[in-house]
Design a protein around this ligand. Structure first.
Ligand code: HPA
Length: 274
């Protein structure tokens, strides 16, 4: 069976289990899962029960779609996301984004943990992504185009919705949430970068580096879904500050920033017109 049929089957299964119609899709990054605790009237569907859904390798069986209200807004949250470095193809990584579109989402919100390349950034700061550089070696759109979902050559002139970026910056100022705005570069991973690589990534124009977000963004933009994305800066990757880091430190730094991130996402969605 083909990819499109798999997307349709997964969608049909979900629609047979819930009548909830989400307006926003939310993908939560490493150490940033607590937003699901803020959902009202949550309904959970485990990835393992949804036909053709990839299964999360890192969090074993914890992956799930959670439907519910964030404030007044109807959202579906991906608890557990898929990374290319886990061995999934980019089509698998982005499968849930296609399914969320079929479920009716109007906008996509993404968070991630990333390394800070910009020397003005501190650990646990937040960065609203205003553009990206794709250095990942596989592109989710390669192959026969799914014409019913979008065009062959999607425009990328506004990969992250300007209106939501402005809104986030305004909310950050009003609420005293330390917030930067910058360019995210997506790499394959799973190893972190060498000093020379961090230098290069800074030189080509990036402010933060991470291993996710870009494929989901590309697929969403192909389907004309506006995207808002935020990086939590978990380690400092500029000269004088590069040191040995562990995944535990990354998660700890992410968790420290988590309340600010959750607050920001909730307020941006609340202020948005959808
Ligand atoms: N590099 C790539 N991905 C990351 C990093 C990093 O330094 N930190 C968190 N995710």
């Amino acid at each position: 069976m083909d990819y499109l049929a798999h997307i349709e089957e997964a969608t049909q299964y979900i629609k047979s289990k819930t009548t909830f119609e989400p307006d926003y899709g939310i993908i939560l990054g490493t150490g940033l899962g607590a937003l699901v605790n803020d959902l009202n009237q949550p309904e959970q569907l485990n990835y393992e029960d949804i036909p053709h859904f990839p299964l999360s390798t890192v969090e074993s069986h914890s992956g799930a779609l959670i439907f519910g209200y964030l404030g007044e807004k109807k959202v579906v949250v991906m608890k557990g996301r898929f990374h290319y470095y886990e061995g999934y193809s980019m089509k698998e990584v982005t499968f849930p984004v296609r399914v969320m579109k079929m479920l009716g989402i109007k906008k996509l919100i993404i968070s991630n943990a990333a390394g800070a390349l910009n020397p003005d950034y501190q650990k646990s700061d937040l960065m609203v992504i205003n553009d990206h550089i794709n250095l990942q070696t596989e592109n989710p759109l390669v192959g026969r185009n799914l014409d019913t979902m979008g065009v062959r050559f999607p425009d990328m002139s506004e990969p992250y919705q300007q209106e939501l970026i402005y809104m986030a910056i305004k909310i950050g100022k009003e609420e005293n949430i330390p917030l930067h705005q910058g360019v995210y570069v997506g790499v394959n991973g799973p190893n972190l970068e060498t000093r020379a690589e961090y230098n290069m990534l800074r030189l080509i124009g990036a402010d933060a580096v991470g291993m996710s977000t870009v494929p989901e963004n590309i697929v969403a933009r192909q389907m004309d879904i506006p995207v808002f994305a935020v990086s939590v800066l978990t380690d400092l990757c500029y000269p004088g500050h590069i040191k040995k880091i562990s995944v535990e430190e990354v998660i700890e730094a992410a968790m420290k920033a988590e309340p600010y991130l959750t607050d920001l996402i909730r307020k941006v969605i609340a202020a948005d017109s959808v």
